[in-house]
Design a protein. Structure first.
Length: 584
């Protein structure tokens, strides 16, 4: 019995020793990591790189072998004496700039192995862009001249420009390294229309860039549709409406079929003969008051189609509207104040509930206090980050009418600065001096200024001069590129005076629906017409054939313009005239 007790005690002791030794062995298990850093380049060669391995071992064991994979197909392994200290530095010379996946693999005393890979930029890698301009060919309405606009950060020359003209005909042009002219090509289309034109620019060294743009050739069919509500009898039933379609076709083709959707499930289509000279009016009887989405679709002779939809209030008791406005202390402020201006023709029809939608997923609804003499129509909201948000407000009035309005909220970043501007000054009647200015981060710098002068010619440099051959209005654009990828395109319009006398008169002014223009022309030629809003944005574009003498033109699609002041510009290679009109 005593021997059995001694044997059991011995087994328990040995078991405890095994447990302790196992714990100690687990505590002393090797673990290791690998990392590296890139040291500053002290040479004048941007393709020379110095890397330093950063070993780490849980038991402070030292590296025996460090292997480097430099990402360009050349590898190396270096043996180290684990008893001696070393800085574990290696140098490598690359043949070409670019982004390389660099790896370090470290084997330590005792056999622990670790590896680390990082993407590194060596030198100044190639980057490139492509763009093009198009211009008319005199006397050839279906002809266009295309001029490629190359850009390469390392100023490498292009060796090939490929064009896809959008009509199934493509071409590639090779250029010798010594070529210094314009990269232009002409193309004659077989029919007018809108064509998707591509330019592909291939540079020495392999960089390739593509740009696509839709180009209008000739005077292709284009059409619009609109409608208005007309009052035939002031004492009529408010549920009976009369709607008048407002067609518009650039070739004055007439409507063949006009289809109406009244928003209450009752639709109708009316066919018209090509010689119809009356008004395109339809009547409709609604069963209930409300707000209906009314649409008109106009199919013209020749096949052009256009549709216009608009929310229409049926029953005067439901009429209401709201406008949303925004206030901000700065363009970078995350905090924005919003306020509304509600409106209703009935004094007792006031906002009952206001729902705010800020565009960042946080919405709120507020019940208006009718007992307050000054009810709150404003709110303050703080956005989480810079960006572009769509803010909306929906207002419920006491009689059940619902009005809604939205606006785009733009919050700029304080750190990402990318922009620019241009200035121009008139040296003589046809010559301008242009200066470009870049706005970018302090650690960035400009690598190119590229100008297009709106007449098919181009230039480069921060300051350029250009002489125009003919009077008219020209769109001058500046493309600024910086080393860190900031790209800014700034366009302004210059007007070159001429010795022609053109007269332009607009009526009625202010205008509601149809604008009439009287233009005295000194040439028989095609005129380009633009309507530009107060922000400088082209909102309408037309072409009209002018004959020598007085020309009368009607523009029937200005009724959908927002109220405000607009510039009306008539231009050709030989004439230029402009006038101001007000839209009610």
């Amino acid at each position: 019995m005593r021997k059995l007790s001694l044997l059991l005690a011995s087994l328990l002791f040995n078991l405890s020793l095994f447990t302790v030794n196992s714990a100690n062995a687990q505590a002393n298990t090797d673990s290791c990591r690998a990392n590296f850093e890139r040291l500053p380049n002290t040479t004048s060669n941007p393709l020379y790189a110095t890397f330093k391995a950063l070993p780490w071992h849980s038991n402070e064991k030292r590296p025996e072998i460090i292997c480097w994979h430099f990402g360009d197909g050349s590898d190396t392994c270096i043996n180290y004496d684990p008893t001696a200290l070393d800085n574990y530095i290696v140098n490598h010379l690359y043949e070409h700039p670019g982004n390389y996946n660099i790896c370090v693999r470290i084997r330590y005393q005792g056999g622990c192995i670790a590896e680390k890979c990082k993407l590194q930029t060596i030198g100044n890698p190639d980057s490139c862009h492509a763009d093009f301009e198009t211009s008319l060919i005199a006397g050839t309405p279906l002809g266009r001249r295309f001029t490629a606009i190359p850009w390469h950060n390392n100023n490498k020359k292009l060796y090939m420009v490929c064009w896809r003209f959008g009509d199934g005909t493509d071409t590639c042009i090779q250029y010798p390294p010594t070529y210094s002219g314009l990269y232009g090509v002409t193309h004659i289309y077989s029919a007018p229309g809108n064509y998707e034109v591509y330019v592909i620019i291939k540079y020495e060294g392999g960089c390739e860039a593509t740009r696509c743009r839709v180009v209008q050739v000739g005077n292709a069919d284009s059409c619009h549709a609109d409608f208005e509500r007309i009052l035939l009898n002031s004492t009529a039933d408010p549920l009976t409406v009369h709607l008048k379609a407002i067609p518009s076709h650039n070739h004055n083709k007439k409507p063949k079929t006009i289809c109406w959707k009244f928003g209450d499930g009752k639709d109708t289509c009316i066919n018209y003969p090509e010689n119809y000279a009356g008004q395109y009016v339809v009547g409709h009887q609604y069963n209930h008051t409300g707000v209906y989405n009314v649409c008109v679709k106009i199919v013209y002779y020749g096949g052009c189609e256009a549709t216009k939809c608009r929310l229409t209030v049926i029953g005067a008791q439901l009429m209401c509207s709201v406008r949303l406005f925004e206030m901000a202390p700065s363009a970078t402020s995350l905090t924005r104040a919003f306020y509304i201006v509600p409106a209703s023709p009935f004094p007792n029809n006031r906002p009952k509930r206001i729902c705010w939608y800020f565009g960042d997923g946080t919405d709120t609804c507020v019940v208006v206090d009718f007992n307050s003499t000054t009810p709150s129509y404003s709110i303050i909201h703080t956005y989480p980050a810079p960006g572009v948000y769509k803010a909306c407000v929906k207002v419920l009035f006491t009689n059940g009418c619902v009005a809604e309005d939205c606006k785009e909220v733009v919050i700029r970043s304080r750190t990402e600065i990318c922009g620019g501007y241009q200035l121009d000054s008139l040296i003589n009647p046809h010559t301008y001096l242009f200066k470009g200015f870049s706005i970018h981060n302090p650690n960035d710098h400009v690598v190119s200024y590229w100008w297009t002068f709106g007449d098919g010619s181009m230039g480069s440099g921060q300051q350029v001069t250009h002489t125009y051959a003919a009077p008219g209005e020209y769109r001058v654009c500046l493309l600024i590129n910086t080393e860190k990828g900031c790209e800014s395109r700034i366009c302004n319009t210059v007007r070159v005076a001429g010795n022609v006398t053109s007269v332009l008169q607009l009526s009625p002014n202010p205008v509601v629906n149809i604008l009439h223009a009287q233009f005295y022309s000194t040439h028989n030629e095609m005129m380009n017409i633009k309507i530009i809003n107060s922000n400088g944005v082209v909102v309408r574009s037309y072409t009209r054939n002018a004959v020598i003498g007085l020309n009368n033109w009607d523009f029937v699609d200005v009724g959908s313009l927002t109220p405000g002041v607009y510039s009306f510009i008539v231009q050709s290679p030989n004439q230029f005239a402009s006038a101001i009109f007000f839209k009610q």
